[in-house]
Ligand binder design. Structure first.
Ligand code: UTP
Length: 225
């Protein structure tokens, strides 16, 4: 299978813990034994901190996004280092490069591409671009809930959702650098049009990614007519 994994910055960079990068690298290496892998790394709090400074200086939203992209690429480099020779040694800046680097047979790790969306959107476009069989969104919650589980103890996890239902959940969210919450509109639209099987799961335990290849876990986004 050809698999694209989006790894939230809030997951991988959460405690600035090198061991987490190593743990992720081990899981990715073992998946790579049987599958083609592309990994898109997010920016997390570090990106939001840098974006905050840029915005404070008076930078435009597009420039703030660009600062965020730089941070996602830095995080991608760290994961690349942890993967050592198992990863292609350069970070693609666009989808053509990602496809080109994948011909090496190694894991391709990248960050953001251009302003006005999240790395989740990058992951969904990449999945479409490279003809992925599966898109895994590794985030800091167990999947998609009907309300924010960090604020509401009675929030319920969806086993399955359609892209349209997800759009409904996102209505009213902000579109500003550093605030593309959960899956953003672009990501959902691409998942909708491509019909690529997508699983949202809790990436705080890297083993969950392996689990998703064998069993039902998190929230499955199902195609709609
Ligand atoms: P992310 O959107 O991936 O991080 O990139 P996040 O929203 O903080 O989510 P987690 O915590 O990683 O899951 C950080 C910021 O970088 C810019 C956006 O401003 C985004 O909020 N960015 C990222 C882009 O503008 N384009 C990209 O392709 C990627």
């Amino acid at each position: 299978m050809r698999i694209v994994i989006t790894l939230g910055g809030s997951v991988i960079i959460r405690d600035h813990d090198p061991q987490l990068f190593q743990d992720y690298a081990e899981v990715l290496k073992s998946i790579n034994e049987e599958h083609d892998l592309f990994v898109v790394v997010g920016g997390g709090k570090t990106a939001r901190d840098y974006i905050g400074i840029a915005r404070g200086i008076g930078a435009s939203e597009a420039l703030c996004d660009d600062v965020g992209i730089d941070v996602t690429r830095l995080n991608a480099r760290l994961l690349c280092m942890a993967l050592s020779t198992f990863a292609y040694p350069r970070i693609p800046e666009n989808f053509h490069q990602a496809l080109e680097f994948a011909t090496s047979g190694r894991i391709v790790v990248m960050g953001g591409t251009e302003p006005a969306h999240s790395t989740d959107a990058v992951g969904s476009i990449l999945a479409e671009f490279v003809g992925a069989d599966l898109l895994i969104n590794a985030t800091s919650v167990d999947g998609l809930y009907d309300k924010d589980p960090k604020k509401h103890s009675d929030a319920e996890l969806f086993q399955e959702v359609t892209p349209s239902q997800m759009m409904g959940c996102l209505a009213g969210n902000e579109v500003k650098a550093g605030t593309y919450e959960f899956l953003d509109h672009t990501a959902i639209q691409i998942i909708k049009r491509s019909g690529i099987k997508t699983v949202i799961l809790n990436g705080e335990n890297p083993e969950n990614i392996k689990k998703a290849l064998k069993e039902r876990i998190g929230t499955l986004i199902i195609p709609e007519d």
